[in-house]
Design a protein around this ligand. Structure first.
Ligand SMILES: [Mg+2]
Length: 224
């Protein structure tokens, strides 16, 4: 019997921010501070930072985004007060970033809550990102737990992040369902940790074998 339903955020509860949108946000903020770089240069520098900080065994440390952005700006060859600009990017980011709740989210979460299920978030963003997203979308307090990559110092698909979260909730992995949009980080990660998992494909792009896949959150009720 399922006692808890846990969700990824980006691409699952809120619209996915594409790489192109990320580069646009950097471009806008940098221009606002008098720094002009081509989208291509921004994309290449960002790709290098992603490889260094966000892939494989993700490293999490204090002031993560400011340090990420400092390195990014240095990679871009920006002169002057790089540390101050890195802080400005962090400060201004969420006023540019799209954070639209997918339309099925609130009805589904409320219905799950009404059934007495525990609800949680596990994201590879940071706790500070979760806080800003929640403020921006005006999310009602429906979640029993919200976990970022800095909460237990580990990120999806590492099974530990799922297991630690469930331990805190007092729920066994076999009694939990995880819903996310990344085949590797969410679906495979959760399954390896012993949870049931669903891959949400809002654009139905993968096709093929549909076992374990849903195209919107309403369909998760068939799997409880
Ligand atoms: Mg996602």
């Amino acid at each position: 019997m399922i006692k808890a339903v846990l969700f990824d955020i980006g691409g699952t509860l809120i619209a996915e921010v594409t790489k192109r949108e990320i580069y646009e946000i950097y471009d806008m903020i940098l221009r606002g501070h008098g720094v002009n770089r081509s989208r291509k240069a921004i994309a290449l520098a960002h790709r290098r930072m992603e490889r260094k900080y966000l892939e494989d065994e993700r490293v999490v440390f204090d002031n993560f985004w400011v340090r990420f952005n400092t390195d990014f700006l240095q990679d871009l060859g920006v002169d002057g007060n790089v540390a101050e600009l890195a802080e400005a990017i962090d400060r201004e980011w969420w006023s540019h970033a799209k954070t639209e709740l997918c339309p099925d989210v609130l009805p589904v979460l409320s219905a799950l809550k009404a059934r007495g299920l525990k609800l949680g978030i596990i994201t590879n963003g940071l706790e500070s990102d979760i806080k800003r997203i929640f403020q921006k979308v005006g999310f009602p307090e429906l979640f029993d737990i919200k976990v970022g990559a800095d909460t237990f110092q580990c990120a999806k698909p590492n099974p530990t992040i799922f297991q630690f979260t469930l331990k805190k909730l007092g729920v066994n992995p076999s009694e939990a369902l995880f819903v996310g949009d990344s085949e590797n980080a969410d679906y495979e990660g959760a399954r390896k940790a012993g949870l049931k998992a669903l891959l949400v494909e809002r654009r139905q792009k993968l096709g093929g074998n549909n076992a374990g896949k849903i195209s919107n959150l309403q369909e998760l009720f068939q799997h409880l």
